[in-house]
Design a protein around this ligand. Structure first.
Ligand code: 4IP
Length: 412
């Protein structure tokens, strides 16, 4: 600093001498000195401004780096969400585990329910699969999800329309049942004065779904009337009747506008509350290959699928005139006293053909399962033979065939 002052002083002395040599008057010399001082002052200020500009430039580029880093982090986060969604769509449990591990959602029923509710790029089948699982967390999520649908603003029909269109119902009757039970509880909690308890709502919800099918499925020939719908629901509210105006409103609403329920094909409706369902290993008829199939026993018919969630049947065995017998610890057979089994199945090209079996040999996972299947089949056959008249049986077989035709020969 001392040097700089000396240099400045020296340069001033040199300038003063030069001014004298130029024969400037005292007054002119003073003016010139003033101009020079001002110029120096200005150049100092310019210098300072340059330093400030450089500082600002540095700050700006530091900010730019932070922004780029933020963008990078945001892109990484988006990538993780995408991976989480893909994992969820492939296997829901793995997707949730990944999202929790990555810190994207908390492992709480609230957070998972919100994820399922808000995320619109999830596969509806996977959501249904997750909601149908019989684990504490999944059930809690199901309850919270019902709550997120704000059912207090909706009639039961509208609530069903909204809730059942937000995911694909799983194929198993027990899972559908669990979902419907929690839907009914959630609806009653949101509308506490409508029904005397949530069982009423649950039964009515099923009745509405059935009505929807009966009114809009072309294979149902005898369409229900308002009177039959009201009479069908008599005593439904803990022994009392629901207001006919309410049932009329529901009936008219469904009649005006069908609602499509993803996952609920004709088959799923048939399989509400099956008498029994589960995996069995079935031996082929002509060729004795063994395949694990998902069997459902309902109304004296044994149906089988490749997977519980399949919406297409692989085959069906009407149990009229058939009997069941134990073969070994975990194996049983269905056979005909007269040796003729009438059954339908899909061949390798997907065409519906008659079955070739003299006997259906079925293997269970455990002895207990085998005992239970034998008991359930015997009960189903007995119930049918007591209650069905011959005419009704014939009618039922005809209906089954029509249903079969409808399933396989009506474009969906
Ligand atoms: C088939 O063997 C399967 O076991 C079929 O079962 C069976 O039909 C066939 O019986 C049998 O040949 P491949 O898989 O080796 O072709 P599924 O239909 O469950 O796949 P059933 O009548 O048991 O359903 P036949 O009788 O068609 O030979």
């Amino acid at each position: 600093m001392a040097n700089r002052v000396t240099v400045v002083q020296n340069s001033r002395e040199v300038s003063n001498m030069a001014d004298k040599e130029l024969n400037l008057s005292e007054e002119e010399q003073a003016l010139l000195r003033q101009i020079r001082d001002e110029r120096e002052q200005l150049s100092r200020e310019i210098q300072e401004l340059r330093v400030q500009i450089a500082d600002i430039d540095n700050e700006l580029s530091a900010l730019e780096e932070v922004k780029n880093e933020d963008d990078r982090q945001e892109r990484l986060t988006q990538q993780r969400w995408k991976t989480g969604r893909n994992k969820f769509n492939a296997k829901p449990k793995d997707g949730i585990k990944y999202l929790v591990e990555e810190g994207l959602i908390k492992e709480t029923s609230d957070a998972i329910a919100e994820f399922l509710y808000k995320e619109d790029m999830l596969n509806m089948v996977s959501v249904g699969e997750y909601l149908g699982e019989n684990h504490d967390l999944n059930i809690e999520v199901l309850k919270k999800l019902v709550g997120l649908h704000k059912l207090d603003r909706l009639s039961l029909v509208d609530a069903l329309r909204e809730f059942l269109s937000s995911f694909h119902l799983p194929g198993e009757g027990q899972k559908i049942d669990r979902i419907m039970e929690h839907f009914a509880q959630g609806y009653c909690a949101a509308n506490p004065t409508l029904f005397s308890n949530s069982d009423t709502c649950y039964v009515l919800a099923y009745a509405i779904i059935m009505l929807n099918t009966s009114l809009h499925n072309p294979s149902v020939k005898n369409k229900p009337t308002l009177e039959s719908f009201i009479s069908m629901n008599r005593g439904i509210d803990n022994g009392s009747d629901l207001p006919p105006e309410l049932l009329t409103e529901f009936f008219e609403d469904i009649r005006r506008e069908q609602f499509k329920i993803p996952g609920m094909g004709n088959l799923a409706e048939t399989f509400f509350n099956p008498e029994k369902e589960g995996w069995l290993t079935k031996e082929g008829g002509k060729y004795k290959t063994k395949h694990r199939r998902w069997f459902i026993l309902k109304d004296n018919i044994l149906y089988y699928f490749k997977q519980p969630s399949d919406s297409e049947l692989t085959g069906s065995i009407p149990l009229d005139n058939l009997s069941v017998r134990e073969v070994s610890e975990a194996c049983f057979e269905i056979f005909a006293q007269d040796g003729v089994i009438k059954a339908w199945k899909k061949d390798s090209e997907g065409k519906v053909v008659k079955g070739n079996h003299d006997v259906y040999r079925l293997v269970c996972d455990t002895k207990e399962e085998k005992d239970d299947w034998i008991k359930s089949i015997q009960a189903s056959v007995a119930k049918a033979s007591i209650h069905d008249t011959l005419k009704e049986k014939r009618q039922k077989l005809t209906n089954d065939l029509q249903q079969f035709d409808y399933l396989y020969f009506t474009p969906s």
